[in-house]
Design a protein around this ligand. Structure first.
Ligand SMILES: Cc1cc2nc3c(=O)[nH]c(=O)nc-3n(C[C@H](O)[C@H](O)[C@H](O)COP(=O)(O)O)c2cc1C
Length: 352
């Protein structure tokens, strides 16, 4: 009989052999000047790489209009592909697996006050779907093992999937988004039609481009990162998860706000998806062990803890103390501070 797994038990995700269940969550760091990965990006990921660790890179923009944050990497040009290559090579040289998150921010985050751009017209959707397809192809050309479609946290794919009412601008330029479908406007489309407008089209296109065996999708059916509201967000997410399952998507990555966790809220999604199921949102080692042991998830991704502890799996293994993350440097642009200067075990134990 197999022993009950915990966070440190090896796992096979599709054809990938993982040394344990601790995953680096995608974490935007705003240090990729001119939308190009830099040498310090290599160091950052290399620090977190080790044999059999799954690292998911920070969100990379799929087009020029997709970059809602400053200094985020892109994947729409050859120059960007070339810039990613040494980063991917550095991670692979340490035996880790590297997926790239593909992102279209849609509107700006809610802290930005801009007027509403014109609505997105239906005929513009194919270009956005194409942008995801090309970015996925570029990610594979850069050497990534796979891609993760960012359909979470209120960004574009999530927006049209969860149909936001309000919208914003990207880099002060009006971005023509949204209101394509809108619950609040009594849109009469079926759930399937509304959902398929962008999310399912993007997933299908990316799967077609690079193969389901190297595609993951990140969803946040309950997370209130931005101010979206939706009548049937969970039903739509479930619809998408069924769709992903039919296509044989490699993994489903669920972001859960901790305040919402009640131990089984993701179970319908877990049951609907035969591939690898990753959970995220405020986990520590104990909670991570618990969800793996209970079968609630196969893998657990860590954002802030992995950001601040480059050797997080090793610390879990040794039940060692953790560095504290410094929130004030999350989105600053320094190539070192708050980025590559978090100490490893045996070095100083505290940063801030
Ligand atoms: C600085 C920072 C940047 C983030 N960037 C991304 C991102 O690029 N893509 C994404 O899907 N989530 C992003 N997130 C969310 C994290 O992946 C994760 O869902 C969140 O931090 C909760 O997990 P944690 O409690 O383990 O940190 C970011 C979070 C932080 C703190």
């Amino acid at each position: 009989m197999e022993a009950t797994p915990d966070l440190l038990t090896p796992y096979k995700m599709g054809k990938f052999n993982l040394a344990h269940r601790v995953v680096l969550a995608p974490v935007t760091r705003c240090r990729s000047y001119e939308n190009l990965a830099q040498p310090h990006n290599s160091l950052y990921y290399e620090q977190r790489a080790a044999p059999g660790v799954l690292l998911i890179a920070e969100a990379s923009a799929v087009s020029e209009t997709a970059t809602g944050y400053p200094q985020v990497p892109g994947l729409w040009s050859q120059e960007q592909v070339e810039a990613w290559k040494p980063v991917v090579d550095a991670v692979h040289a340490k035996g880790a697996l590297f997926f790239c998150q593909l992102w279209h921010t849609g509107r700006k985050p809610p802290t930005t006050e801009f007027g509403a751009p014109p609505r997105l017209e239906e005929e513009e959707i194919p270009q956005m779907v194409m942008d995801f397809r090309v970015a996925a192809r570029n990610a594979i050309r850069a050497g990534f093992d796979g891609v993760e479609i960012h359909a979470a946290n209120g960004f574009l794919v999530n927006q049209l999937f969860l149909f936001f009412v309000d919208i914003g601008r990207v880099n002060s330029q009006p971005l023509r988004l949204n209101r394509l479908v809108n619950d609040g406007l009594n849109d009469s489309s079926s759930l399937e039609n509304r959902c398929s407008r962008l999310a399912t089209d993007v997933v299908a296109a990316v799967v077609d481009e690079v193969g389901a065996h190297r595609v993951g999708v990140r969803l946040s059916p309950f997370a209130g990162y931005t101010d979206y509201t939706d009548a049937d967000a969970e039903a739509q997410a479930l619809h998408l998860v069924h769709f992903m399952d039919k296509l044989g998507v490699l993994y489903c990555h669920m972001v859960e706000p901790r305040k919402c966790v009640n131990g089984n809220r993701l179970s319908p999604f877990r049951e609907a998806f035969k591939g690898t199921f990753i959970v995220n949102g405020g986990y520590d080692q104990e909670e991570g062990d618990r969800v793996v042991r209970d079968g609630y998830a196969d893998l657990v991704s860590y954002g802030r803890l992995f950001l601040a502890n480059p050797d997080l799996p090793e610390r879990f293994r040794k039940k060692a103390g953790l560095n504290k993350y410094d929130r004030s440097t999350f989105y600053t642009s320094d190539p070192v501070v708050g980025y590559t200067d978090y100490p490893f075990l045996g070095q100083e134990t505290q940063v801030a």
